[in-house]
Design a binder for this molecule. Structure first.
Ligand SMILES: [Zn+2]
Length: 48
């Protein structure tokens, strides 16, 4: 599965990327490009 959907209410800017949790699998996501989301590395999902 390469489809991830962010929880819209969780979308936030972490200083480098938009991040949110996935509605489907709960993993942290990072927005890449227009409307595309990928699993984010742990260092990017954590608050600074
Ligand atoms: Zn997912």
């Amino acid at each position: 599965m390469n489809r991830h959907r962010p929880v819209r209410t969780e979308i936030r800017w972490n200083g480098a990327h938009y991040v949110a949790s996935c509605q489907n699998c709960g993993q942290p996501l990072r927005r890449v490009g227009k409307g595309r989301w990928r699993e984010a590395p742990p260092d990017e999902s954590a608050p600074a």
